[in-house]
Ligand binder design. Structure first.
Ligand code: ZN
Length: 243
């Protein structure tokens, strides 16, 4: 399958989310000729960077290390365009200003599909807030009467939610599996850029093995590693996401 320049947009609350939850799909999309834009909304200093604070870094040092490591991860995954907005972590508030900022980005990006958080995550309420934020921004980006600079409204793109940390308690019901067998080493290399999160990275490799068993049960042949997604909207258009 050829993604032929099709654009995937990833919007995450924190840098690590991109690595654990969807780096396999990113690597696969790029490998097949697609383009990927990434927006990381906060630097994760409210919780995701706990291990950096425990190791003695202060907030600025933690952010700097995250920027450096994330840049390496993006290079490994083949993502040419990404932005880290460094907004307030814990708690993310949806404001008109933030919506317009995302509308601007979406209209420049012109995504064919969007990956973001599931709408519930008890362990990180910010994750659950990002889904309505992305949803509202997408709706506004398609609005003919919403004016941001001279950017034209875009078409609505399907949104796929990546898997929360503990799926069962968050009502996550996967209805799409992406086979990442041929890019698992890329995912591992991207996750390894966060050196102090080795244990978590290993757990996401284990999870990918488990999701491959699910994918196999539903008829995917030869799948050894997979990522699970939930399409919240019914799929009524070509999502370019079944590889
Ligand atoms: Zn997160």
């Amino acid at each position: 399958m050829d993604m032929n320049g099709k654009k995937m947009l990833v919007v995450s609350a924190h840098p690590g989310d991109v690595l654990w939850r969807c780096s396999g799909a990113i690597a696969k999309h790029v490998k097949l000729g697609g383009l990927v834009d990434v927006v990381v909304l906060t630097m994760g200093t409210g919780g995701e960077a706990n291990e950096l604070f425990k190791s003695g870094l202060n907030t600025e040092q933690a952010k700097e290390l995250r920027r450096k490591d994330f840049a390496r991860a993006m290079e490994i995954l083949g993502v040419s365009r990404y932005e880290m907005w460094d907004l307030q972590d814990y708690r993310f508030e949806i404001t008109q200003e933030k919506i317009y900022r995302m509308v601007r980005f979406m209209r420049q990006s012109k995504p064919n599909l969007i990956l973001t958080h599931h709408n519930t995550d008890l362990f990180n309420p910010d994750h659950g807030t990002i889904f309505p934020y992305v949803n509202m921004s997408l709706e506004a980006a398609t609005g003919q009467g919403i004016f941001v600079d001279d950017l034209k409204p875009i078409e609505r793109a399907p949104i796929f939610c990546f898997e929360p940390h503990a799926s069962e308690v968050n009502g996550f019901k996967p209805n799409l599996f992406v086979d990442i067998t041929d890019v698992i080493e890329t995912k591992k290399a991207a996750m390894a850029t966060f050196e102090l999160k080795k244990k978590l990275a290993a757990s996401y490799v284990d999870r990918a093995k488990y999701r491959a068993v699910n994918a196999g049960s539903f008829g995917r042949k030869g799948c050894e590693y997979a990522e699970a997604y939930e399409a919240i909207y019914p799929i009524a258009q070509d999502g370019y996401f079944v590889y």
